[in-house]
Design a protein around this ligand. Structure first.
Ligand SMILES: [Zn+2]
Length: 116
C-alpha cells in the first residue's frame, strides 16, 4: 500500500517539526490531497491508524487525521476553457487535444498539525 509510505513521510516531517517546537505529542494532522494525487483518503486514514496503533510515533491514542480534498482543475492553453479533468493528461473537451494545463488536483501536503 503506497499510502503507508506516504503517511510515513508525513509523520516524519511532522515529528521533526514538532521536535523543533518542543512538542512531544501529536494530536491531529491535517492534509491536503488532490483528487489526482494517487493517494486515496481511505487508505491514508488506514495508514494513519496503523502508525497510531504502532506506538513508534508521537501520535496520541486519540490523534485524528483530517483529509481535505483538492478538486482537479485544468485550463486549456488553446481556448482558455476551465474544466475538471479526470486524469493528469487533460484533454480539453472543446478542442479534443491534450492542451489542458493542470492547475490543481495534484496536491499532497501537510496543511497543519496539532500537538502539545
Ligand atoms: Zn480547448
Amino acid at each position: 500500500m503506497h499510502e503507508l509510505s506516504l503517511m510515513g513521510d508525513v509523520l516524519d516531517l511532522v515529528q521533526r517539526d514538532a521536535r523543533k517546537r518542543g512538542l512531544e505529542r501529536i494530536t491531529g494532522v491535517r492534509l491536503l490531497v488532490g483528487t489526482l494525487s494517487n493517494a486515496m483518503p481511505d487508505a491514508l486514514q488506514m495508514a494513519f491508524l496503523m502508525f497510531r496503533a504502532g506506538g513508534e510515533t508521537p501520535l496520541t491514542e486519540e490523534a485524528e487525521l483530517t483529509v481535505e480534498t483538492e478538486e482537479a482543475k485544468a485550463v486549456c492553453v488553446l481556448c482558455g476553457l476551465e474544466y475538471v479533468p479526470d486524469r493528469t493528461v487533460a484533454v480539453c473537451p472543446d478542442c479534443g487535444l491534450p492542451s489542458g494545463k493542470l492547475v490543481s488536483g495534484e496536491a499532497f501536503r501537510v496543511l497543519s498539525y496539532e500537538g502539545s
